[in-house]
Design a protein around this ligand. Structure first.
Ligand code: FAD
Length: 503
């Protein structure tokens, strides 16, 4: 490598000349029109090529954005950076819809960003066996549309239909059926030295092997989830059996009953009355779903055969009425065109059945604008702690949100996603106009949420780019964190992949 004078040494010991040369090589790999360089203010200060983010997080210094269109291009790009001589580190995103946690931004300064939305092939699919091989740019809408009318469905999220299946799973996102990592059967990963490996389960042309992610020996798929050990260029994703019938029972309860009502719902989940993720919305979060003022809203999905759905609907509504805790119980809104919430109820049932709604109607109702304008116009923060599924813990979480409101004036939305009978993914949201006091208060509230919830033991399972230090602060065992760092040292000695939000 040419030794350059210190005056051109950039961040992390990089050299501007080395970086310029590698970015020129990258342009030869993907085409010059697929590399974007930072702009410049009149005073020479760099302007990020990533654009604004919806959370108003500080824009990181980014040396360039490269938009490959194939896994082979990704492999060649990583190989260009593999000796670490540029000092720039690679940060990959799939479709970049990580709103509230950082959108397209890397966690640290000094990255070259790989925008993988152009890798958009559904390489292979087997509906009978229940798997698809998809690249990072494949959206939930694309895959779900392909599956419409078949015996399989996709576990969809309630984010935009145009977000990535792979990107969401790699951050441990949550779908309406379960956490998306449970659908990851195999990953194709470009390692920091440029080698491509396939971990977990991959289809074999000659024989139909059972779809099972762990293989023999250490299970490697999860090594690349919330990870800075490689760039994922494809995944084998599980397709779920499509239920013959499905119904979502809609219930309301008063905030004073949060402890008793959530304990009752927990009982139903523990006894197998519900399928998929039961969702419990506080008043602020329920508004987009037509929830009545001053009430919590609950969606309980039941599915199976027609007869089992009819029976379970009867059981859930009877349990709800008998408990005396719910002010309204309805199982027919999606069928009754006269019902106040008919349209919303239809969309909710379709989403549980694997249709993410390409029109994004509910997403836009929640965010007030289309997904493509969110980063430019919106103001939004996410906080995602896990809370034990007990009435007492959920009442405590509710009290902490009230404490944050009193301290900062910020009223948070909260959606409680039951990930089984023991753990709730408590999705806390804050919406605010861009700029000004409300945005500042929302950021203050976010800091308080981390402190208050962590003190209580309600620890986040996903971090935003401003709170990466919490990965160390929350680790129950420092030895385990040190072991993860030894793995990073071994796999990526030249620090080719950027430290993510969990490093
Ligand atoms: C109204 C609203 C509703 C939402 N609902 C949900 C919901 O129901 N469930 C949910 O989980 N989230 C939800 N979100 C959050 C977010 O929008 C989704 O998680 C979304 O899927 C993330 O965007 P993406 O798929 O484009 O992933 P990306 O932003 O592309 O990726 C997410 C992260 O994964 C890593 N990554 C991505 N691709 C790669 C790769 N190829 N190789 C290595 N690392 C990679 C990066 O760290 C990246 O930052 C919601 C957001 C909003 C505003």
């Amino acid at each position: 490598m040419t030794v350059l004078p210190e005056s051109v040494t950039g961040p992390h010991g990089s050299t501007d000349a080395a970086l310029r040369a590698v970015l020129a090589d990258a342009a030869r790999v993907v085409g010059a029109d697929r590399v974007t360089h930072p702009g410049e203010e009149p005073d020479g200060a760099p302007v990020t090529p990533l654009g604004p983010n919806v959370s108003l997080y500080r824009s990181r210094t980014v040396h360039g954005v490269v938009r490959p269109q194939s896994a082979d291009e990704v492999r060649r790009l990583v190989a260009l950076f593999a000796d670490g001589s540029t000092g720039a580190r690679l940060h990959a995103f799939s479709t970049g819809g990580n709103w509230g946690l950082g959108s397209r931004e890397p966690a640290a300064d000094g990255a070259v960003v790989l925008d993988l939305s152009g890798l958009d092939q559904i390489r292979d699919i087997d509906v009978a066996q229940g798997w698809a091989v998809v690249e990072p740019g494949v959206t939930q809408a694309r895959l779900a549309t392909l599956l419409a009318g078949t015996e399989r469905m996709l576990n969809v999220t309630v984010s935009s239909a145009h977000t990535s299946v792979v990107g969401n799973a790699l951050d441990r996102g949550v779908g309406l059926r379960h956490q998306r990592v449970d659908d990851l059967m195999g990953l194709e990963v470009v390692l920091p030295d440029g080698e491509t490996v396939r971990v977990g389960w991959w289809p074999e042309a000659a024989r139909p092997t059972p779809v099972y992610p762990h293989g023999l020996g250490p299970s490697l798929v999860q090594l690349f989830v919330q990870s800075d050990l490689g760039v994922v260029t494809a995944a084998t994703v599980r397709l779920l059996p499509r239920p013959e019938a499905l119904r979502v029972v809609r219930l309301n309860f008063a905030p004073r009953d949060v402890e008793a009502a959530t304990a009752e719902i927990r009982r139903w989940v523990a006894q197998g009355l519900a399928r998929g993720v039961v969702k419990i919305y506080n008043e602020a979060a329920a508004a987009a779903y037509g929830g009545p003022a001053g009430q919590y809203l609950v969606h309980v999905c039941v599915d199976g055969t027609r007869e089992s759905v009819a029976a379970l609907t009867g059981v859930v509504t009877a349990e709800a009425e008998r408990s005396g805790l719910f002010s309204a119980v309805s199982a027919t809104d999606a069928e009754d065109p006269e019902a106040d919430n008919h349209d919303v109820a239809v969309r909710v049932e379709r989403a549980y059945a694997g249709d993410p709604d390409p029109s994004d109607a509910l997403f836009e109702a929640k965010m007030g604008r289309p997904a493509v304008r969110l980063d430019e116009e919106g103001g939004f923060l996410f906080f995602l702690p896990l809370v034990p599924f007990t009435g007492a813990a959920l009442a405590r979480a509710d009290a902490l949100l009230e404490q944050v409101r009193v301290e900062t004036g910020v009223r948070c939305g909260a959606t409680l996603n039951a990930l089984g009978a023991d753990v709730v993914d408590c999705v806390v949201t804050m919406k605010f106009p861009r700029g000004g006091e409300e945005a500042d208060n929302a950021h203050l509230a976010l800091d308080r949420l981390y402190e208050l919830f962590a003190t209580e033991g309600f620890i986040p399972y996903r971090l935003d780019i401003e709170h990466t230090d919490w990965a160390d602060r929350l680790a129950p065992d420092t030895g385990a964190r040190a072991f993860a760092r030894r793995l990073k040292d071994a796999v990526d000695p030249h620090r080719v992949i950027a430290p993510g939000r969990y490093a």
